[in-house]
Write a protein that binds this ligand. Sequence first.
Ligand code: ATP
Length: 433
Amino acid sequence: MDIWEKITSLAKRRGFIYPGSEIYGGLAGTWDYGPLGVELKRNIKNEFWKTMVQERSDVVGLDAAIIMSPKVWEASGHLSSFSDPLVECKKCHHRFRADQLKGDRCPDCGGEFTEPKQFNLMVETYLGVIEGEKLKTYLRGEITQGVHVNFKNVMSSTRVKLPFGVAQVGKAFRNEITPGGLTFRSREFEQMELQYYVKPDMKASLKTFEEWKKNRMEWYLSLGMKKGSLRFKEHAKDELAHYAKAAFDIEFLAGEEWKEMEGIHHRGDWDVRRHQEYSGEDMTYFDEETKEKYLPYIIETSGGVDRAALFFLMNGYIEEDVDGETRTVLKLHPKLAPYKVAVFPLLANKPKLVELAENIAGELRKDMMVAWDSRGNIGKRYRAQDEAGTPYCVTVDFDSLENGDVTVRDRDTMKQERVKIKGLQAYFAERLK
Ligand code: ATP
């Protein structure tokens, strides 16, 4: 089994990710996050928000509607850019316009093409109640535009001054031709983004672009991604998206293949200029110092929450030999681990042990996500928590009743130590920082 198959199996088995609408035979390109997956994803988003909004004085947050006026997508170029006859290579997923191709095999890798389709990646929807008068609109294909259409609102309702950023996390929808690779390419997914507005000075803005590249790479490393598993990949100039002046991807080595996880793009003034043109609203920024009015340049960092979750799982997945048996462990960073601690009564049929364990779990739950398990032997319970990525397990035994202490077992080292029940909160607070 390769890492993709292993993660797919573990994700289903342990309740990270299930196929969408599974009991009805599934719905291609959709996924449901189970009890562990929802925590992992929430932790990733919380860490993003903490670093990108809470800890910065120059960034504010926003949560725009998923459904926007169709004019937004006209202005952003999404409608015109995605209505060509499109084919996609089944192997490398590069997309091409069917009417511009010379051969019938992919020029990049020789792979086979899907059938050509008049293809628009935007997912259509209709609003209104009267047949014939319904408004055709779209589920947003990227969360980006919700920020740019609010550029004026943010400026006038806050005290921001250039340079400043607006961060957003939310769902996006794309009618992908070939969804696949677990959640890697889904039709419904989540993005975490920053749109950073700067003065329209190319040299200075490229410096800011470099700073954001560095910043985002460091964020993934600080949450436990291995250095050798990440790299920057520059977009070739002739492959740049219609809006982009420069673009780099942060890629993750997923098994044998490097895969895009996040894009850092220099968007020039494309979005604000187009929205100014299409809406008729003045989108310029008034610079108090120079008394000039101008459209700002935009540096964007755009990451996929689902791709990050998938790659954090792959990054943490380890199989090791312990006394002739294979131990599967998810070495997730404690900040990302779904459960921080699991609490076990040694024996489920001893009410005193269960009661004490319940009290301990109840106290810890005030501060963190706590798992509970009283089934099977302790060894099996440890293995289950290893696979769930839980950093610590606490076992309540008969000595606990006498001495007021418990066994704490560390996921990564498997070392065990006795810790006083009274000091448990402080013990974990220190280690989960
Ligand atoms: P790709 O080339 O893989 O289709 P993209 O370059 O079109 O991706 P962007 O439009 O730059 O992607 O979106 C920013 C981020 O959103 C991507 O880096 C990725 O993490 C995430 N993303 C984009 N499309 C999908 C999808 N279909 N499923 C899951 N995540 C996605």
